[in-house]
Design a protein around this ligand. Structure first.
Ligand SMILES: C[S@@+](CC[C@H](N)C(=O)[O-])C[C@H]1O[C@@H](n2cnc3c(N)ncnc32)[C@H](O)[C@@H]1O
Length: 292
């Protein structure tokens, strides 16, 4: 049997649910179909599904959101990852993935394919009151970093360092459209590549495309879903290429990375809430091999 064949959690999730039932995704034969499917992506619903309780429960380190924040905090605390420019690939409407990074870089460039997500980020940078409330995340990260930083200081610092919010398409050989003029010292990417790739060859190509943005010897913090086939964002049902730990390791090796740390999180039944069918989450700290 295929990895995730014959499962239809969507039907179960939408029995009596309050959100409208999403349309089935188009057949994902090409990256063009994936781009089309993202036109219905609803940032508010996506944030609600993934970044509110029960998945964002800061009282338990076993919960998925605190697990991700700890992986990132520990990677940056080790002191190796720093520099002038960090690029976040496929930021979506979220900033949690940049909270520990912002102490270690002069500037952070957020990117996303969708204007609607870039606008959500710009509104947060401007401090608009209707923005998603990231304050529990910022407080939590200040707590686990243990440096005595006030959360308002960290919020201000990230807003100041998030100087550019750019369009990106990871399926292009030049994902930012034109060269930035310099290579990034580090990359972060969370839940993007597997969620926008129709198959594994495309996932591997997208990884190679974004690796071209990183300087040799630069660090990559890579988080994503394990063995996921779909997720919901309002009326959009997005197809995801299911990847295993071995697939992720292989793709990183082929793209020229050395893996320094690889961690996995198993999604507990209490967090399987019908908004996706992910089995878990991977976190990787990898380094692009210097040119010989
Ligand atoms: C699952 S969301 C991840 C958002 C965020 N990074 C997070 O951690 O929750 C996937 C993101 O990929 C973006 N995306 C879709 N197609 C893309 C493409 N071709 N290139 C880059 N990003 C794309 C979507 O707009 C969406 O924001």
């Amino acid at each position: 049997m295929g990895r995730l064949a014959h499962r239809d959690p969507l039907r179960r999730a939408y029995k009596g649910g309050s959100q409208p039932r999403p349309a089935d995704p188009p057949a994902m034969s090409s990256t063009a179909a994936v781009r089309e499917s993202y036109q219905k992506f609803n940032p508010r619903a996506y944030l609600q599904n993934n970044y509110m309780p029960p998945r964002a429960d800061f009282s338990s380190e076993d919960c998925v959101v605190p697990w991700k924040l700890r992986c990132l905090a520990e990677a940056f605390a080790a002191g190796e990852i720093h520099g002038r420019t960090l690029i976040d690939v496929g930021s979506g409407p979220t900033i949690y993935q940049l909270l520990s990074a912002c102490d270690h870089f002069e500037e952070i460039i957020a990117t996303d394919f969708l204007e609607v997500n870039r606008e959500v980020l710009r509104r947060w940078v401007r401090g608009e009151p209707s923005s998603f409330d990231w304050s529990p995340y910022i407080r939590h990260v200040c707590r686990i970093e243990g440096k005595g930083e006030q959360w308002k200081e960290k919020e201000k610092k990230l807003r100041e360092k998030l100087r550019q919010i750019l369009p990106i398409d990871v399926h292009q050989a030049e994902p930012l459209g034109s060269p930035l003029g310099r290579l990034a010292d580090a990359l972060v990417s969370t839940f993007c590549l597997e969620a926008v790739s129709p198959d594994r060859p495309s996932f591997e190509r997208a990884l190679r495309n974004i690796t071209a943005l990183l300087k040799p010897g630069g660090h990559f913090l890579f988080i994503g879903a394990l063995e996921e086939s779909f997720y919901l964002a309002g009326e959009a049902k997005l197809s995801v290429v299911p990847v295993s730990e071995a697939d992720v390791r292989e793709a990183l090796g082929k793209a020229g990375y050395q893996i320094h740390d690889f961690r996995s999180y198993v999604m507990p039944p209490s967090l399987q809430i019908g908004v996706d069918d992910t089995r878990g989450v991977f976190f990787v700290h990898a380094q692009k091999q210097p040119v010989a």
